[in-house]
Design a protein around this ligand. Structure first.
Ligand code: ADP
Ligand code: MG
Length: 256
């Protein structure tokens, strides 16, 4: 049965999408069966997995509105080695369309129940907000992976996210927990980043993943080729780190 994780942080540009597609590719590389769910109407994780968001016959939008199942709407990314439940701008409308329906925050959870046995991991790329879309992700998940840059304001944003997760845990999804904080775009030459990293470890302890993702231009270039860095340039430092992170996740889920 798949373990389901949201990659979430309400800040934009912190590496959610990069982490989702590269962890998906890394897990595929170490032999795991992966479904990547794009919950962001921008569709960056879809495009970054080699799936053209403009050509999707069905998407996560249809799944949320219950007009398609996951089995019907997913597509295979052969190059990346995982399945994709894609998103495009249509998804922005779901926010409004879900307002009046029943179990509106549990739509994704319900849909995943049917496909869950076919995967080892389901990874959900969340939009940078606490919207109905993110809520669907948090309700469906066993845990949250929080990518963060080691900057001063990152810690402040974390308080909001932790509170949100506590509320969802208390009211909607008793299984939900923060699985871990992932330090991304890390530059060890910057003293402040070292300091924030140390603070994170002393405050969150075991919840901070051992793997650190370095700032690496190959990871930023890969999306323009429609690929995760792990597939585009497997020997780049950033790609090696994400495969290492995939191994760490495989070990971490054994302890859940
Ligand atoms: P989010 O999904 O949180 O908005 P993205 O994953 O899209 O964030 O990342 C924001 C930007 O930072 C993108 O241009 C991406 O290519 C770049 N980026 C992400 N991680 C790294 C990294 N480790 N090294 C260099 N650039 C990165
Ligand atoms: Mg994103």
């Amino acid at each position: 049965m798949a373990k389901i994780f949201c990659v979430a942080n309400q800040k934009g540009g912190v590496g959610k999408t990069t982490s989702t597609v590269n962890l998906s590719a890394g897990l595929a590389r170490v032999g795991q069966r992966v479904l990547m769910v794009d919950l962001d109407p921008q569709g960056n994780a879809t495009m970054g997995s080699g799936v053209d968001k403009r050509q999707l016959a069905l998407s996560v939008y249809d799944v949320l509105l219950e007009s398609a199942s996951i089995t019907e709407a997913r597509v295979r990314s052969e190059k990346c080695g995982y399945d994709v439940l894609g998103a495009n701008r249509e998804l922005a409308g779901a926010e409004v369309e879900l307002v009046d329906v029943e179990r509106r925050e549990k739509r994704l959870k319900t849909a995943l129940a049917e496909a869950q046995s076919q995967y080892d991991f389901v990874l959900i790329d969340c939009p940078p907000s606490l919207s109905m879309l993110t809520l669907n992700g948090l309700c469906a998940a066993h845990g949250v992976i929080v990518p963060m840059q080691c900057e001063y304001f990152a810690l402040e944003g974390l308080t909001d996210l932790v509170n949100t997760i506590k509320q969802v845990h208390a009211n909607l999804n008793p299984e939900l927990a923060i699985i871990g904080l992932l330090r991304v775009m890390f530059d060890p030459r910057i003293t402040l980043q070292q300091q924030v990293s140390d603070q994170l470890k002393s405050h969150f302890g075991e919840k901070v993943f051992n793997t650190v993702i370095p700032r690496n231009v190959r990871l930023a270039e890969a999306p323009s080729y429609g690929l995760p860095g792990v597939v585009f340039d497997p020997v780049a430092k950033g790609s090696v780190a994400y495969v290492e992170f995939a191994r760490e996740m495989v070990e971490r889920v054994k302890t859940l």
